[in-house]
Write a protein that binds this ligand. Structure first.
Ligand code: SF4
Ligand code: SF4
Length: 436
């Protein structure tokens, strides 16, 4: 457990000033065979088998891609256990008994700088594919697919904005690992043959700006610069980031690459660096564990597969153990709310927020329009919600109201004067809109 004296928390639970510490690796680690993007999987191991750290133990299958599954410790595969996934469903996780030796798989090896410089775009793409690199800001989109774009890329944007409150994992990463960030960006520049790379951060992050202004002096001709964007939410949404830093408005339905722009979250950049430098899949990541429900909020290095319950113990446990809790994986605006702490830290978990449950009474919609005014994509959330409430649901009207444009930023719920969880209705409307 961490010590109380190392932690000072401000009123919003922001931990940007608190260094990342290594959470001890637990005795048992859990890896989901399937996930939301990949509903099918085949395993290459059976119960009782010994696995090595970084070994490919199976393959996930999605509609248009496959993704290797890697062991995140050395030890024994002990079968399956059900835990909550961030989708809110109980799913099967593979259970590994850690032998605490971290015996590495033979596939892990270091490439020299010279070897890296000779890699072609196709070779880099293949490496990130085999290392199952995905968007680590929470999107989990396969990185290699982004690398396969045929568009000419003129600008690379690195998303270090981390716009949701409470989350500080990327903030700490940028402060603590500028060299890896820059080397990861250079790999991306090499792949896309693109010199213009901009690291986007919030203007208020003076500490990051200071570190990079100084650090980038060593990389004068690298083409890597810092771009400070406004401080409001949702600046981290890629469309807002592109508009703010480049003045380009990406039209609905178009990809940033069709404007010559490609963007990666800063944690993803580190994942790409580790894949190319060490041929290693993401097995550890920074996670902010915070909220008023726990004793000592912290920024941790967490081994992928660690139970959330175990991390909460490392934070001194619950402040008020008798009170009901709210558990959120990800940020408070876009994160997934789970009914219990019986869940696992996967590689796309950026933060865990634990709050004491407060009772809000939902009032009827008064058509104040606040949700519409706050919607960054110009939807009419209350109209979508009210259409969803009237039975039977008018499918054609839902399609006309276009909920598929919603980026699930959560602002309509946040701004609702009647405490209505409007975003939940929009999520359901998206399902209806996809029906044939
Ligand atoms: S969550 Fe609400 S505010 Fe955000 S994009 Fe969707 S409808 Fe608009
Ligand atoms: S903010 Fe809430 S009360 Fe106001 S129109 Fe939207 S749903 Fe209705």
């Amino acid at each position: 457990m961490i010590k109380k004296t190392t932690h000072i928390q401000d009123s919003l639970g922001l931990l940007g000033h608190i260094p990342t510490i290594h959470a001890p690796v637990p005795e048992y680690l859990f890896i989901a065979s399937e996930n939301a993007r990949c509903p099918k999987a085949e395993l290459f191991i059976k119960e009782g088998d010994y696995v090595k750290y970084g070994q490919v133990i199976g393959m996930r299958h999605a509609a248009f891609f496959d993704q290797p599954i890697h062991a995140t410790c050395s030890g024994t595969f002990e079968g399956f256990e059900k835990h909550y996934h961030r989708s809110g469903k109980m799913v099967n996780f593979m259970k590994f008994h850690n032998d605490f030796l971290d015996t590495k798989d033979e596939s892990i090896h270091e490439r020299s700088e010279e070897e890296i410089k000779k890699l072609t775009k196709e070779e880099i793409t293949e490496i990130v594919k085999n290392c199952a690199s995905v968007g680590l800001g929470g999107s989990s989109f396969p990185t290699y697919i982004k690398f396969q774009t045929k568009e000419k890329i003129n600008t690379i944007l690195i998303n270090g904005i981390e716009c949701e409150p409470y989350i500080n994992a990327d903030h700490r990463l940028m402060l603590e690992e500028p060299e890896k960030v820059v080397k990861g960006i250079q790999i991306i520049q090499q792949a896309f043959d693109c010199k213009d790379a901009r690291i986007c951060i919030k203007s208020k992050y003076k500490d990051i700006a200071e570190v990079y202004h100084e650090f980038l002096k060593r990389y004068k001709d690298s083409g890597i610069t810092l771009s400070c964007v406004k401080n409001y939410y949702p600046q981290g949404w890629e469309i807002a980031m592109i508009k703010e830093s480049l003045g380009i408005q990406v039209e609905s339905g178009k990809l940033p690459s069709s404007y010559g722009v490609i963007n990666f979250n800063v944690s993803t950049v580190l994942g790409i660096y580790d894949a190319v430098k060490y041929n290693m899949a993401v097995s550890e990541r920074r996670v902010t564990v915070t909220g008023d429900g726990i004793n000592y909020p912290s920024n941790f290095f967490v081994r992928v597969g660690t139970p959330v319950k175990y991390l909460i113990e490392q934070c001194g446990g619950y402040k008020n153990p008798d009170k009901d809790k709210v558990f959120i994986l990800g940020g408070p605006m876009m994160g997934a709310s789970l009914p219990s702490d019986d869940t696992i830290c996967t590689k796309t978990v950026t933060s865990i927020i634990v709050m004491d449950k407060k009772e809000y009474r939902e009032e009827p919609c008064i058509r104040c329009g606040s949700c519409s005014l706050s919607c960054p994509v110009g939807l009419q959330p209350y109209q979508i919600m009210n259409t969803m409430k009237s039975m039977p649901v008018d499918k054609e009207k839902i399609k006309f109201l276009n909920p598929l444009k919603c980026i699930e930023c959560g602002l309509c719920s946040y701004s609702c004067t009647s405490n209505i969880p409007v975003t939940d209705y929009i999520r359901k409307a998206k399902v209806v809109a996809r029906l044939k």
